[in-house]
Design a protein around this ligand. Structure first.
Ligand SMILES: NC(=O)c1ccc[n+]([C@@H]2O[C@H](COP(=O)([O-])OP(=O)(O)OC[C@H]3O[C@@H](n4cnc5c(N)ncnc54)[C@H](OP(=O)(O)O)[C@@H]3O)[C@@H](O)[C@H]2O)c1
Length: 283
């Protein structure tokens, strides 16, 4: 039996979609806080169980009979996030789960500029030290979040961002989901592996700006100072969000997301969607 926590989120639902094309619904468990969010899967025969990362007893109960678990990282950040992930790993051990897949981030370390990667560093260590068989998907930045970064660049002809020449192996969330589904249904090949999950290439913000120009219009990448970007973010976002987004830009500039890898292409049996293909789909 394969279970997914965070099954009500974007990545969880997409992974369930792909799993349903590969295995029967009776072998799938969607673990969620609110069952109303996944009625489409219950209707197809997937078991829906209640489990909250903050409630260890609910997690142990939800994992009964599960062999393989996909732990989708929590949306909260910092120590609370690590505590929640620790609850899931402990519950998996208690419930007799054999193999845990975890969604991490590139280059997790105590000194990551992208602060969520610090939580991933701690969680990876907890999982690897847990005695459970593990597979870690270090998912690169989603292409899906790029529209937020691009903003009105196409209209203004300017893409201001403080990433220098830093490159990112952006990846479509649904491609990650398909890769996860393929790995979750062939677990033996992926035991105790840590994968960099993203495109086989990496793109700079100059590449992004070039891809945004079309029909004779051009977009220029403006490599602005990090402090100017932070000040702009602070006009619209609360301080914790400013820290994350400013840290993400700094991390890109330092190369934390410059992790081209053929692993996802191998899992998919094709290249994942490229930056250009994604930008064309937006246009
Ligand atoms: N690589 C990237 O660019 C990128 C971007 C954004 C996020 N992420 C990370 O990747 C994860 C998956 O991405 P996503 O797009 O699927 O995010 P998402 O749509 O926000 O889904 C997050 C999931 O986590 C669940 N969750 C949150 N707190 C929980 C708790 N206390 N107990 C049980 N479940 C809980 C949510 O449940 P509810 O439906 O009940 O809220 C939801 O199902 C995110 O959670 C985040 O850690 C990565």
């Amino acid at each position: 039996m394969i279970a997914i926590t965070g099954a009500s989120g974007h990545l969880g639902k997409a992974t369930l979609d792909f799993l349903l094309t590969k295995t029967n619904p009776e072998s799938l468990v969607a673990i969620v806080r609110d069952s109303q969010k996944v009625t489409e899967f219950a209707d197809k025969g997937v078991s829906v169980r209640q489990g909250d990362y903050t409630d260890p007893a609910s997690l142990v109960a939800s994992l009964a009979g599960v062999d393989t678990l996909l732990l989708i990282s929590s949306a909260v950040l910092g120590e609370e996030r690590v505590r929640q992930h620790s609850n899931v790993i402990a519950a998996a051990n208690e419930a007799g789960v054999k193999h845990v897949f975890y969604t991490s981030a590139p280059n997790p370390s105590l000194t990551s500029s992208f602060t969520p990667a610090i939580d991933h560093f701690h969680t990876e260590n907890l999982l690897i030290g847990s005695g459970l068989t593990y597979t870690i998907f270090r998912n690169n930045l989603y292409l899906d979040v790029l529209p937020m970064v691009i903003g009105d660049a196409v209209q203004t002809g300017k893409l201001p961002y403080p990433a220098g020449d830093g490159k990112t192996s952006f990846v479509l969330r649904r491609d990650i989901a398909e890769g996860l589904a393929n790995a979750l249904t062939a677990t033996a090949k992926h035991e105790n592996k840590v994968y960099d999950i993203g495109a086989s290439t990496a793109w700079s913000f100059s590449d992004l700006a070039a891809g945004l120009g079309h029909d004779g219009t051009t977009v220029a990448y403006l490599d602005i100072p990090g402090s100017a970007y932070e000040a702009e973010l602070a006009k619209h976002l609360p301080p914790p969000a400013v820290t994350i987004f400013a840290g993400m830009a700094e991390g890109i500039k330092k190369g934390e997301f410059d992790v081209p890898s053929s692993t996802l292409a191998e899992l998919l049996g094709r290249e994942p969607l490229s930056l250009d293909e994604f930008l064309k789909s937006l246009a």
